[in-house]
Design a protein around this ligand. Structure first.
Ligand code: HAM
Length: 441
């Protein structure tokens, strides 16, 4: 398509018509009420995390690509097809964060957190990027609230992570929470289990889908959460990781379940739960909200687990036992049970500010600043000039009072305060305005 334009020589020039720019697939603008809900959720999550003793951390949105390729591991969806990577002009290979955990472990070493009293408990919040297939509750840009405890192998850390997440979700309105949980073992038991699993799948290789056959070579554990209907059938009788746990692994898992019982957190052991990131050991879990019924499996609103061997995978000299989880904030904010949390700064203004004429406009920003300093929020429509239009907007806004600031008031240093209900008006000196407004109901 072309647009015709006449240039200075009166020649008609054809210009290609530009399409209006669009947002990227799987990424959205968040504004208005939604923006406040996200902010409200974050404030609540942050508050709960702080009560439990977590401290904030923000890591860069980009890291060396190798951080995640070694941390999350080849043979996982994130590394094989979902990570956004780029090469800088200087030749560095960077990636945009597909998750937080590897960054947090890097920061733990880089910031010398080993020398702090252990464990170190951190929370973080922000956008995460995965080139996933966009569909309901699945985006390419989404937000995670992340909790991590680094520097202890104790089962109480596993319990504390799950408990904090459950408390956050309940504060956000979750009614029926269930934790799907499993233990995938440690350095000793995992190879034994994987060998058993591989032997089992080899017996059924003819029925495995090409993807699952490939996984048998790259990451056999992933076959356990295959979506292929034939594999799902095969998985019903697959060997159970819990049966091959070492005695220390069994004890750890038993203790975690005891904590959950003690805290009345509903859980079910899901022997096929392995999770899509390969840094996990021992406890892995996902959190579901089932108040909408159990006919369709709801999407996980959070998930995590232990990652005792991640540090060495990233090049550290010694391992740092750690446990963590992430809440999928978009899934929470979009849930029918979400409580529509509002941020603390949200105050419904009770004042609609009307200015009339240039003289008043000139001074009006000083009046608004005076009100801001007195913590009185206002609404206003700076581009409108007539009293009628502004009063009509004030009426619609639901503000109980309007301030009318015209030419005369600007000269006299006064303002008219109008009660929108009974239409009574009073002229108040600007010097006394904040004080006067604070007394109004
Ligand atoms: P994850 O299970 O990959 O774990 O993600 C955690 C949560 O993020 C999921 O339960 C889900 O609610 C949300 N989520 C994942 N993908 C999407 C998507 N495409 N769109 C919307 N929401 C999504 C991790 O990321 C680990 N780093 C968690 C962790 C922390 N493990 C230990 N520490």
């Amino acid at each position: 398509m072309t647009d015709k334009k006449i240039n200075q020589k009166n020649e008609i020039k054809k210009e290609p018509k530009k399409e209006m720019a669009q947002s990227v697939r799987g990424m959205r603008d968040i504004f208005n009420e939604d923006y406040y809900y996200y902010q409200g959720f974050f404030e609540k999550a942050q508050e709960v995390a702080m009560y439990y003793g977590f401290k904030p951390i923000e890591t860069p949105i980009m890291e060396q690509e190798a951080l995640w390729t070694s941390g999350i591991g080849e043979g996982t969806d994130i590394i094989d097809k979902e990570m956004y990577t780029l090469k800088t002009k200087g030749g560095d290979k960077l990636a945009i964060r597909p998750e937080y955990t590897a960054s947090i472990m890097r920061a733990y070493f880089e910031k010398g957190m080993q020398s702090l009293p252990q464990p170190v408990m951190l929370y973080s919040y922000g956008p995460v990027y995965r080139h996933d297939n966009p569909q309901n509750g699945r985006y390419r840009e989404f937000r995670q609230f992340n909790l991590e405890i680094l520097g202890t192998e104790k089962s109480i850390a596993d319990a504390l992570i799950i408990k904090t997440a459950v408390s956050i979700l309940k504060e956000a309105g979750a009614q029926e929470i269930i934790v799907d949980i499993n233990s995938i073992g440690d350095k000793e038991s995992r190879p034994v289990y994987i060998k058993e699993l591989v032997n089992y799948y080899k017996k059924h290789i003819a029925d495995l889908s090409p993807i699952d056959r490939e996984r048998l070579k790259t990451n056999p554990l992933r076959i356990l959460d295959s979506k292929d209907p034939r594999t799902i059938k095969i998985n019903e009788n697959a060997p159970d990781s819990i049966a091959s746990l070492s005695s220390a692994g069994k004890k750890h898992f038993k203790q975690v379940l005891e904590y959950l019982d003690q805290m009345n957190i509903a859980y079910r052991i899901n022997k096929n739960l392995v999770r899509g990131l390969s840094y996990y050991s021992h406890t892995v879990f996902e959190i579901l909200e089932t108040s909408g019924g159990t006919d369709v499996t709801p999407l996980a609103i959070g998930g995590g687990g232990r990652y005792d061997y991640l540090a060495k995978t990233l090049g550290a000299k010694k391992d740092v036992p750690a446990m963590g989880m992430a809440i999928g904030v978009d899934r929470v904010v979009e849930a029918t049970w979400f409580k529509k949390l509002e941020p603390r700064i949200m105050k419904k203004p009770k004042i609609y500010f009307i200015q009339l004429g240039f003289e008043a406009k000139l001074k009006s920003l000083n009046v608004v600043e005076q009100l801001r300093m007195a913590h009185i929020p206002i609404m206003q429509s700076i581009s409108k000039d007539t009293l009628g239009i502004q009063l009509a907007i004030a009426e619609k806004s639901g503000a109980p009072y309007a301030l009318i600031f015209g030419h005369k008031e600007a000269i006299d240093n006064t303002v008219i305060v109008r009660d929108m209900q009974n239409r009574k008006q009073e002229t108040i000196k600007l010097d006394h305005l904040a004080e006067y407004l604070k007394k109004l109901k």
